[in-house]
Design a protein around this ligand. Structure first.
Ligand SMILES: [Zn+2]
Length: 509
């Protein structure tokens, strides 16, 4: 295996099908699409629905090339002509992949509508692939609908979704819909066998079958697992035993392991489990939802050893889940959320943990000068109560900028997602108004901040740090600075947190 991070391409990407005929397990879909390309009857809008990792985006990309290919062969893209190469190299603005989860607002769709009207620049047909389309807001759907009602001739929309029931009927009725099926186990096994042979990965057949079974119909999961197994392999072949060790626990057992790790304050185990979920392309929101159900069942069945604590845990998980729903970087929100939640919950008596600092003691070395108050608890109790127990922030003196920075640092400790949104805004004081302006491109940030619980929290912080008289307003402003995405900063923050907690750095693909 290559270790050169810059040139390394994952097994999954290397073996991603480039032609319809290479797509495993979706023969009905690919046959119909090929026929449509041959007949020149490609629809203006498609809806691809089905679970994660079964080929929706892969097929969408192949179709994008097929409709633009200069020398298509039986409805397949040639992958050799100028158009195919431009698309493969990702050098064209005519093929656009949009993540519906992070571009869900009306403004994105409005802009998209404007762009749609223009003819393609390098290709014949513009193709818009909107992934997780069910995440769009109603307003955005309505704007999209107007385009779908009178689609320009040079445009194809491909919507992909894991939850087609959340897509409005009005949109569905304008799409040609395809259901992507879970891929049969034997087909996954056959593909894995082929890849293992080509890559010289020594694996016993029962182990290969086990991966195919655990992948539960998803080719992406299967290939990622094969790659992991190879990277963990020490000597000899990959066997079912070595595989079981690597895969650890699945399903209910995995939830139980996660809960145990949270309850035991085992940060390393928690981060590793999240890592493994992300690697396997699992839906973090679904995972959290399952954990909440597991806990609720335990409480309902009277199986709680400490009911109050379990209820607090469920509440904390619900908060994180809600935050996750709107986040750009779900993994970090989950990691930071869970780690913060672990800090707030007193460890079970049976569980050993480092002693918690007494109020007057200096806390253990942390990235911040003050002991971070529990994230979830602070949010729930409101900041005013907490302010009484704490030295008053420098509300009276210090420049606005310094006070603003101080507030940001505090928010960063308490609600990292809010801090990330704020970091991209431009603050301005006018009278008793604090205006936080966002460049119109930052719809998501503005909308997220405007959520009532976020606004309430922010207003409280503003009163503490800037003064009681201030009213907060969040608005769009064309002149607001378009700041770089906070992803890097957030990542760095998460990395630091992890280092402090356990010397472990979050992996990034
Ligand atoms: Zn071509």
């Amino acid at each position: 295996m290559s270790n050169d991070a810059s040139s390394y391409i994952s097994l999954y990407r290397r073996y991603r099908p480039q032609r319809f005929s290479e797509v495993v397990g979706q023969e009905e879909v690919t046959r119909t699409l090929r026929n449509a390309v041959v007949a020149g009857q490609v629809a203006h809008a498609y809806l691809f629905s089905g679970e994660r990792g079964i080929g929706k985006t892969t097929v969408a990309r192949i179709l994008a090339r097929a409709v633009n290919c200069l020398h298509p062969e039986g409805g397949e893209p040639c992958n050799e002509c100028a158009n195919c190469k431009t698309i493969i190299a990702n050098r064209t603005l005519d093929i656009l992949e949009i993540d519906g989860a992070s571009n869900r607002g009306i403004d994105h769709i409005r802009r998209l509508r404007e762009e749609v009207a223009f003819a393609p620049t390098d290709l014949r047909t513009k193709v818009y692939i909107i992934d997780e389309v069910h995440m769009l807001t109603n307003e955005a759907f309505n704007a999209l609908l107007k385009t779908l009602e009178e689609p320009p001739p040079h445009v194809v929309f491909i919507f992909a979704t894991t939850e087609p029931h959340k897509v409005p009927r009005t949109i569905l009725s304008r799409c040609q819909a395809f259901d992507f099926r879970k891929i049969p186990q034997e087909k996954i096994a056959a593909r894995l066998r082929q890849i293992a042979r080509q890559e010289d990965i020594p694996i016993e057949d029962p182990a290969l079958e086990l991966i195919a079974r655990k992948a539960n119909g998803g080719m992406r999961d299967a290939i990622v697992m094969l790659e992991q197994a190879e990277s963990f392999r020490q000597e000899g072949k990959i066997t079912t035993d070595s595989l079981l060790g690597m895969l650890g626990l699945v399903g209910r057992e995995e939830h139980a392991a996660f809960l145990n790790a949270v309850e035991a304050g085992d940060r390393k185990a928690v981060l590793e489990l999240i890592d493994s979920l992300v690697d396997r392309g699992k839906d973090l929101e679904v995972f959290l939802g399952d954990m909440i159900v597991t806990l609720r069942d335990r409480i309902a069945a009277g199986g709680s050893k400490d009911e109050a604590r379990d209820i607090a845990l469920v509440r904390g998980l619900l908060d994180i889940k809600q935050e996750l729903f709107r986040s750009l970087d779900r993994r970090i929100v989950l990691e930071i959320g869970i780690l913060s939640l672990m800090q707030t919950l007193a460890p079970r008596e049976s569980v050993k943990e480092e002693p918690r600092p007494k109020p007057e003691e200096k806390p253990e070395p942390k990235p911040e000068p003050t002991a971070a108050p529990p994230l979830i608890a602070a949010a729930r109790e409101g900041p005013s109560e907490e302010a009484q127990q704490e030295p008053t922030p420098p509300a009276a003196d210090g420049s606005l900028e310094a006070r603003w920075e101080g507030m940001l640092r505090k928010i960063e400790q308490e609600r990292i997602a809010i801090a990330a949104f704020l970091a991209e805004g431009t603050p301005r004081i006018e009278g008793n108004k604090l205006r936080i302006m966002f460049h119109p491109e930052f719809t998501f940030h503005k909308e997220s901040l405007e959520k009532s619980d976020n606004m309430q929290y922010l207003a409280g912080m503003v009163h503490r740090y800037l003064g009681d008289e201030f009213v907060v307003e969040v608005e769009f402003n064309d002149n607001a600075v378009r700041k770089p995405s906070p992803r890097e900063a957030l990542r760095e923050k998460a990395r630091l947190l992890c280092e402090v907690f356990d010397g472990r750095v979050v992996k990034e693909d």
